[in-house]
Design a binder for this molecule. Structure first.
Ligand code: PFF
Ligand code: NA
Length: 447
């Protein structure tokens, strides 16, 4: 018995690590902090937290349910399940839009992963030591202005991703996450401690948690929901694919809660670490995508032990970005492998090169192509906005509507293992609360 219990525990543990490896990444540290800063703070944070709980949790559970029932890649899984439940084959489009979203996201994700790699090297060679806010900002501006620098690091990051996926060694990385995740949390706590010592922690708490509701526009609400989807890796078919590896004995709701608490805690810690540095140095919270790259090096460059802490931080950030990026490339690779005669290595190369090319367009939007606009946004912002604010919410909505309205009651009971009351609560949330939340936010955000 003891042996069996341990085997179950370790399989659940392995799954949590894999899911957390995909969820925890640049979204928690880079994207959460810059979006919070840009959107004015607490109102954004609180709406984001509400979205995570009311929309993110049920959709995460729904994606895993679909994956565990279907046992295939997202497109085939959706097609099979639609057929089994007597529904239109058009539901497979949800799988397809997920694959597309993952592909688009990886292109710009890799550019930021490249920044993280570059800053890892910068920490090793002591670039940030003793620098003031202006020179740190100049270093960042210089990187953005140089297409060749951005190209070099974006390429290096994509090479790492492609190399890992082609060799199919993602499992090894997941077990490394067992060490890396706690290390990342400890480092963040040290940074938060530095923030407390800076004397600007009260201001940070107010900024992040005391809302000025007048700042709440439809756009901010949509941005907050987009962040919830992005950070939890939802609406991309990725969690669906992971669900197909889930043992029947794993409790979906409690596992989802664990992954979500971990992901949310890391994002909030990042905010608590970064904003004291912003306020202490009179920097702008609405700096944009460069926020962590103009604040953290400043702190590391001027604190005791900062060189080693900075190196560790950017290494861990790069590692977290890599595990997420791998999960972003997998869907396209699997689809090519299944639908064409390409080998795994070739499928990885083809998708990797396509993503890399789109990433080149994204990085040029920071310099020579800054005037190239799509719907009023440069290419980088367009890719980010279109995926997080449109594709992910709509795909996630499709997943929860499918589970809530098309799954047979027996399947829901078997998947969730809830009491009769539990199932009723689940039905209310999955049928009405979460879908209505997505639709309302989406519509008000667009107006
Ligand atoms: N959730 C990841 C992050 O927060 O960095 C990003 C991501 C990974 C999004 C995988 C989507 C995905 F499928
Ligand atoms: Na995340």
């Amino acid at each position: 018995m003891a042996k069996l219990a341990h085997a179950q525990w370790s399989s659940r543990m392995g799954f949590v690590l894999a899911a957390a490896g995909s969820a925890v990444g640049l979204g928690n540290i880079w994207r959460f902090s810059y979006m919070t800063g840009e959107s004015g703070g607490a109102a954004f944070v609180l709406v984001y937290l509400a979205c995570v709980a009311l929309v993110g949790l049920p959709i995460l559970v729904a994606e895993w349910m679909i994956g565990r029932r279907g046992q295939k890649n997202p497109i085939n899984t959706m097609a099979d399940l639609a057929k089994q439940n007597g529904k239109s084959p058009a539901w497979a489009l949800i799988g397809a839009s997920g694959v597309l979203a993952a592909f688009l996201i990886l292109s710009f994700y890799s550019v930021i992963g490249g920044w993280s790699l570059n800053y890892t090297l910068g920490s090793v060679i002591g670039t940030f030591n003793g620098q003031d806010a202006d020179s740190i900002a100049d270093l960042f501006g210089g990187m953005l202005a140089s297409p060749s620098t951005l190209l070099l690091w974006h390429s290096a990051f994509m090479l790492l991703v492609v190399g890992i996926v082609a060799r199919g060694v993602t499992k090894g990385l997941e077990s490394a996450a067992r060490l890396m995740m706690p290390a990342l949390i400890v480092l963040m706590l040290i940074l938060v401690g530095y923030g407390v010592a800076s004397g600007y922690f009260g201001e940070t708490l107010a900024f992040m948690f005391r809302p000025d509701w007048s700042a709440l526009t439809g756009g901010v609400v949509l941005a907050a929901m987009g962040q919830a989807f992005f950070t939890l890796s939802l609406g991309m078919g990725i969690m669906m694919a992971y669900g197909s590896y889930l043992g029947e004995d794993v409790n979906l709701i409690s596992t989802a809660r664990t992954v979500i608490i971990l992901d949310t805690a890391i994002a909030l810690l990042a905010g608590l670490a970064i904003f004291p540095i912003v306020f202490a140095n009179g920097l702008g919270a609405g700096e944009g995508p460069g926020l962590i790259f103009v604040t953290l090096p400043l702190a590391f460059g001027n604190m005791a032990g900062g060189t080693i802490l900075g190196l560790m931080f950017f290494l861990l950030l790069t590692f977290a970005a890599l595990t997420s990026a791998i999960s972003l490339l997998e869907p396209a690779v699997e689809m090519l492998e299944e639908r064409t005669s390409l080998s795994r290595v070739m499928a990885t190369l083809v998708s990797g090169i396509a993503v890399w090319l789109l990433g080149v367009a994204a990085l040029l939007s920071f310099n020579v192509w800054s005037d190239v606009l799509l719907f009023g946004l440069n290419i980088f912002d367009f890719l980010d906005t279109f995926t997080s604010k449109v594709l992910l919410p709509l795909t996630g909505l499709g997943a929860i509507v499918f589970v809530a309205w098309c799954f047979k009651r027996e399947s829901v009971e078997a998947e969730l293992g809830l009491s009769a009351t539990g199932i009723s609560v689940w039905n209310i949330i999955a049928r009405y609360v979460a879908p209505a939340g997505v639709v309302i936010v989406f519509v008000t955000g667009l107006i």
